[in-house]
Design a protein around this ligand. Sequence first.
Ligand code: PLP
Length: 388
Amino acid sequence: MIRKEYLMTPGPTPIPHQVSLVQAEPIIHHRTPAYTELFVRMVEGLKKVLFTGNDVLTFAASGTGAMEGAVSNCFSPGDRVLVAAGGKFGQRFAEIAKVYSLEVESYEYPWDEAADPAIIARLLEEKPDIKGVFVTHSETSTGVVNDIRAIGKVVKDTPAILVVDSISGAGALELRTDAWNIDVLVTGSQKALMTPPGLAAAAVSPKAWEMVEKAESPAYYFCFLKTRKKYDSDNPESPYTPAVSLVKAMSTATDLLLEEGMEAAWERHRILAMCTRAAVEAMGLELFPKTLDRAYAVTAVKAPEGIGGGDIVKHMNRVHGVIIAGGQDRLKGRIFRIGHVGYYNFFDMVLALSALEMTLSELGFPLELGAGIAAAERVYLEMTSSSG
Ligand SMILES: *Cc1c(COP(=O)(O)O)cnc(C)c1O
């Protein structure tokens, strides 16, 4: 068989052909009216995608750059912050905060569950000098999605700002930055935003700007104040050379998302997740998260007894050209993850599920070929049939 590859990981993700094509256009200079128009279109599009009227700052970086920016711009060395971590990406916020000498209060919750807003409320009450709460929206390493709306209600009336990593959530899962009281919303280009890796964004609220103005941690490339000032000038631009081709790509991708409609995109992700779940269960496998509410970005599945998660990932890639992800950190070998965040529809899932069934069978796991696909089709028809 000819080798064809199918990217089914929770980042990077496939991109629409319209997004690919604009990147082949000639490079335009970034201090010209043509660039300004493009840049403003992208930023204003992102605001709609994120449901925010706050300033949206963009950087040529992967998502982690904006995570670091959130830490370095809002706080000063010695500031106490609460980091809720239930997976690898939650831990990353704690690591960055420590690099900037913040005083980190860790709220570690089980990796297969969501953070409990009541515990965050209690910790904030116990330590009223906490200046920031860091939470992951969609914890891509486990598939669990936190209830940011509930956490926002808890943080809103405290002096602390709420910083949310929605790198794999924004564009895929319900997210209302302003209505949910998110002070710094961080995202990246290569997940649900259907753009190649390399652009990061942060939406910053007035409450967060007050902290930015007082913060003493060092920030140069990721300086929020300098970035806002350049955007707010007569000719909106970036302080440094922007990733022009990626800005074109992201602008096209946000147009496509807004054309679909954010609610429709969120519903599409929910449907794909429900189909995938039904399929893996019909294959005789078990889902990893105990908290499945809102977990619509990535399906994390326990590796069956006697077969390593990594072996499934390797076999699917090598034999079938379907790229999924394994477990990270303490979940290495124990789970595998199928992404459906971004430019996917039902038939992409059928392809991945077919490769998974054959892989399991080839690795000696007893299952009836087609059982998973049939279950996915049934759920798809149930969830999408209009009553007629
Ligand atoms: C992908 C991801 C990141 C990090 O992204 P990079 O783009 O690799 O820097 C951070 N947090 C979450 C939740 C992610 O899914």
